[in-house]
Design a protein around this ligand. Structure first.
Ligand code: SAM
Length: 250
């Protein structure tokens, strides 16, 4: 990706909107389906001094928490506006969280065995190829280190209402209606579960856990949101997110 492409990044256009929408508690998907699992895992994995690589960090919704556990974080994103939002979100964690602009579809600028944990939360559906992220994650994780990823569940993609899958079944666009100006489209790639497994195990990582969270709250929590009763019912039965954990052998 050259500088021109980086400058035309649609994620820049929605960075502010995205930061507001997904800040903790603001976004249904993260609050009820993704973060409960990720926060438990973070508690398990991070000890003071742990090195954490948050790839596709966006505004860094969890990074203050990670810093609070004593972790040192590198937040990687190719959108410089997302990284601006990330910097402004750091409350007292600015000595232990370092935003860095880099492309996850290429070599990562880190030495091997440098990190104990890599978070990749809702990143991989934005990538047009998974081979680099799989091999680079395997390279930069220390033996015993883990990667925790969350993606749109490949079997229930119909749940994502703002997603348009084009002629090519693997490629689409997610439409962001920000209420300011024209809608913004970010690229979306529909990978199968086996694609994730292939990409990460190719570098020697081992699949440790697969988790398909279902909603377990009462509908009253969703008053004031745009979710219909039918959608809510489906969320009790059909997972819309897939979470996977891989580990680098000792
Ligand atoms: C759906 S957001 C997820 C942000 C954050 N992880 C979260 O859960 O809120 C996807 C993020 O990945 C970033 N991203 C997309 N493609 C990327 C790439 N090739 N390299 C680095 N970051 C990328 C975007 O800029 C955006 O911040």
């Amino acid at each position: 990706m050259n500088q021109n492409e980086l400058n035309q990044n649609p994620w820049d256009e929605i960075a502010q909107y995205y930061g507001e929408r997904t800040s903790k508690g603001g976004d249904f998907l993260r609050r009820y389906l993704i973060y409960p699992y990720v926060e438990t895992a973070i508690d398990r994995y991070i000890t003071p001094g742990s090195m954490v690589l948050n790839i596709g960090c966006g505004p860094g919704n969890l990074d203050n928490e990670i810093a609070g556990l004593g972790g040192n974080i590198v937040g990687v994103d190719y959108s410089h506006k997302m990284l601006q939002a990330y910097r402004s979100r750091l409350n007292g964690a600015s000595n232990s969280a370092f935003p860095l602009q880099a492309n996850a579809e290429g070599a990562l600028p880190f030495e091997e065995n440098a990190f104990q944990l890599s978070l990749q939360i809702m990143l991989l559906n934005s990538l047009s190829r998974l081979d680099y992220i799989g091999s680079e994650t395997g390279r930069v994780l220390a033996p015993g280190g883990s990667v925790l990823l969350a993606v749109a569940h490949p079997d229930s993609i119909h749940r994502y209402k703002n997603l348009i899958i084009n002629g090519n079944p693997r490629r689409g666009n997610y439409i962001w209606n920000t209420n300011e100006g024209a809608p913004v489209e970010t690229p979306f790639f529909l990978w199968d579960q086996s694609d994730y497994e292939t990409a990460f195990t190719a570098s020697g990582l081992q699949l440790k856990a697969t988790y398909e969270p279902l909603l377990d709250i009462s509908q009253s929590h969703l008053i004031g949101t745009e979710m219909s009763a039918q959608d809510f019912e489906e969320h009790l039965r059909v997972p819309s997110v897939l979470i996977m954990e891989f580990q680098k052998p000792l």
